[in-house]
Write a protein that binds this ligand. Structure first.
Ligand code: AMP
Length: 281
């Protein structure tokens, strides 16, 4: 069932809560793939009632980004979500979520500065604001996000703590295509040649893990090997390659502890991200 209005959704949730049901929320922008479905399946296992939101959120896109051409197919999404255990799809129009321009926003500091925060100014403010609205509309017990967007997960965990949302944030592993490419709604933009070169993201992360397993501890050495590898693919243009402490997203010199290797790469007009989190002794 697709619900388009906040009021109707609230009534449905109220009934579920009166029956003592545990609510899981999976926020997405739609054009679902196995990555999204893994979040829905996890939510179904841990909750009685699962709501998947499908909303291409305009306030998290920059002026020259792909808001207009972002892929949309609600009928396909509806089938896939329901088959994976979703109970209700919340698919509001932009005017339902933003009847008037907002004069309020939610912003997490520091954690939003590196990585995608640097390349996409205003992006995380758009994410934290829309997720706050969804949290207030749904008031779920658990909310599900993917490690694919590792910085987003870290930002939302901090926001949830700082603002005392009574919601558990669950972060699920990255789901990949057979050859290793991280699933993304944006993969449909790739030409055949770009799709081949896009494998450089995953392979460079594997290369980095190997280097670290073999004793390399210098962040700059690993970063430059990742960069060189990616740049040896002629359609790839590196946006960033960074290795940070995953707990606070701060820069490190030596590879040690819980680290995040994160990258963003442009192939033509398509920007892809991928990452690996490692615990290094
Ligand atoms: P999006 O629709 O791209 O905004 O993504 C919605 C949610 O699905 C976010 O929490 C993403 O991190 C998660 N997600 C996207 N791709 C993947 C993937 N390949 N594996 C796991 N989770 C994913």
């Amino acid at each position: 069932m697709i619900v388009k209005e906040i009021k109707e959704l609230r009534n449905i949730i109220k009934k579920q809560k009166l029956e003592g049901k545990k609510i899981g929320l999976v926020p997405t922008m739609g054009y679902l793939h196995e990555g999204h479905l893994s979040l829905i399946k996890n939510a179904k296992e841990e909750n009685d009632f699962v709501i998947t939101s499908i909303f291409v959120n305009p306030i998290q896109f920059g002026p020259n980004e792909d808001l207009e051409k972002y892929p949309r197919d609600i009928e396909r999404d509806r089938k896939m979500a329901l088959e994976s255990g979703c109970d209700i799809i919340f698919n509001p129009e932009v005017a339902e979520m933003f009847p008037e321009p907002l004069k309020t926003s939610v912003q997490v500091e520091q954690l939003t500065e590196p990585l995608c925060g640097r390349s996409r100014p205003g992006h995380f403010k758009g994410v934290t604001t829309i997720v706050t609205k969804l949290f207030n509309i749904v008031a779920p017990d658990n909310a599900y996000f993917g490690q694919k967007d590792a910085q987003q997960a870290a930002v939302l965990i901090k926001m949830t703590e700082d603002l005392n949302f009574d919601i558990k944030i669950k972060v699920c592993p990255i789901v990949r295509e057979k050859d290793g490419l991280a699933m993304s709604s944006r993969n449909v933009y790739l030409s055949t040649q770009e799709r081949e070169d896009a494998l450089a993201l995953y392979k460079s992360l594997e290369l980095a893990e190997n280097l670290i397993e073999n004793g390399e501890r210098d962040v700059n050495v690993v970063i430059s090997k990742i960069r060189n590898f990616i740049e040896s693919h002629k359609l790839c243009e590196v946006d960033y390659v960074e290795i940070l402490n995953f707990n606070n997203l701060e820069e490190i010199k030596e590879i040690k502890g819980n680290i995040l290797i994160a990258l963003a790469v442009k192939l033509g007009k398509t920007r892809l991200i991928d990452n690996k989190i490692l615990e290094v002794n």
